[in-house]
Ligand binder design. Structure first.
Ligand code: GLN
Length: 226
């Protein structure tokens, strides 16, 4: 069996566990899901999910717990699968910039220390404040496959966007939102894949739909065991 760890320092980790457990119960995947808080726990994992939450807080907690280096090593390991959602995507990125609202006072230097595994530059809080959170119904059937319900409710909460793909040869854009004029697929990039690494701006673990988690298990975690 494969072991999927969910980083449990802060944020929406319990939801990821629940969604994976639902997939395992439904399909009998040979997968074990566990919470990760120490380097020893991380070491036992074949895959890691870095959840949504607050990337600054997660950076600080990881450093304080001496986990930052172990995480950096894990996400660089070509044998391990990794998925970052929202704050998790920020932590996986090569570069992470803060949103800079025109009227905001000068902020201290960014406190996020990205792990630099995913060759993208992200901008934090790119859609505005908490109140501007939203759900976009997205068609992910190109990679999730056709199902009865094509629309997937993608939940964006103070989400980052992927502003630049730094290595287009390695990073595949999985999804762009609609543009400002409503044209599908011309807006911000919100889901990318770089081989064994998946990054999503939104929270599939809050979608009330386990298709994304099932796809991650099949496509990233169990793939070479088929
Ligand atoms: N705004 C958060 C950050 O920058 C991310 C929000 C989230 O994960 N829902 O870390």
């Amino acid at each position: 069996a494969r072991t999927v760890g969910v980083l449990a320092l802060q944020g929406a980790f319990a939801e990821h566990v629940d969604y994976f457990e639902a997939c395992i119960a439904q399909y009998g995947h040979p997968v074990h899901v566990t919470l990760v808080r120490t380097a020893a726990q991380l070491d036992r994992c074949d895959a890691l999910v870095i959840p949504g939450g607050e990337s600054t807080a997660m950076t600080q907690i990881a450093s304080r717990m001496g986990l930052h280096e172990a995480l950096a090593r894990f996400v660089q390991d070509p044998r391990r699968a990794v998925w970052g959602t929202c704050a998790g995507l920020i932590l996986l990125a090569r570069e992470a910039a803060d949103a800079a609202p025109a009227s905001a006072p000068q902020r201290p230097a960014a406190l996020v220390e990205p792990l630099q595994a995913l060759e993208v530059a992200v901008r934090r809080n790119a859609f505005g404040r908490q109140a501007q959170s939203f759900v976009a119904t997205c068609d992910f059937s190109a990679f999730l496959g056709p199902t009865e319900t094509q629309g997937f409710p993608a939940v964006f909460i103070r989400a980052p966007v992927i502003e630049h793909v730094l290595d287009p040869e390695r990073v595949e854009v999985l999804h762009r939102l609609a543009g400002a004029d409503g044209t599908a697929g011309t807006g911000p990039v919100v889901a990318v894949r770089q081989g064994r690494i998946l990054g999503t701006s939104f929270h599939p673990e809050l979608a009330d739909d386990t298709r994304f988690h099932d796809w991650f298990l099949r496509e990233f975690v169990l793939r070479d065991t088929k």
